[in-house]
Design a protein around this ligand. Structure first.
Ligand code: 5GP
Length: 187
């Protein structure tokens, strides 16, 4: 099993890219993270995330059940359960992660050459902010936090194996798919 890591500032479009990659025959299975935030409209427990209570999340930390976890935003925890990777490995698939920058770099450190770490870059911070407002899933004060965090994250892009600029979704998907095929030796 190989690992494909997609990291990006919030709003850079990585979920859309992952969604499209899943429709191609790349043998990729999405790593379902655990988190303690509430589901957004349309999100399904056990599909988008394992939605846990804060207490349950903290118990998993105590029991060393995560490969990695982060407090991505204040009081908002996200992590990858070890059991999730076992599940995907048993299915015979490669795993694709939607994960924040710190988490992505952690996984790359753990898995080295078995992992391809891709940074999805927004065309600009202004465009990122515009997309977050258009998405309308976050309150304005949360958007401000996400934008502030994005600026720090962008400064770490050079630590990834490749940077893909998501100006136009289709082109970004194409470029990402090519990088993945190359990494997985798919013709
Ligand atoms: P959202 O609340 O918008 O779904 O996700 C917030 C951020 O948490 C995103 O950048 C997402 O990639 C990140 N994230 C999701 N799952 C994980 C995980 O398992 N570990 C870490 N470190 N970050 C995650």
């Amino acid at each position: 099993m190989k690992l494909i890591i997609l990291s990006a500032p919030s709003g850079a479009g990585k979920s859309s890219i992952i969604h499209q990659l899943m429709t191609q025959n790349l043998n990729l299975e999405f790593s379902i993270s655990a988190c303690n935030r509430a589901p957004r409209t349309g999100e399904i427990d056990g599909k988008d995330y394992y939605f846990l209570s804060t207490e349950a999340f903290q118990n998993h930390i105590k029991n060393d059940a995560f490969i990695e976890w982060e407090e991505v935003y204040e009081n908002h925890y996200y992590g990858t359960l070890k059991t999730e990777l076992d599940r995907i490995s048993k299915n015979g698939n490669h795993v694709i992660f939607d994960i924040d920058i710190a988490g992505g770099l952690n996984l790359k450190k753990i898995f080295g050459d078995k992992a391809l770490a891709l940074f999805i870059m927004p065309p600009s911070v202004e465009e990122l902010e515009r997309r977050l407002y258009a998405r309308a899933t976050d309150a304005p004060e949360n958007i401000a936090k996400r934008v502030a965090k994005a600026k720090l994250e962008i400064s770490q892009a050079h630590l990834f194996d490749h940077v893909v600029v998501n100006e136009h979704l289709e082109a970004a998907v194409k470029q990402t798919a090519l990088l993945i095929k190359d990494f997985l030796n798919i013709k």
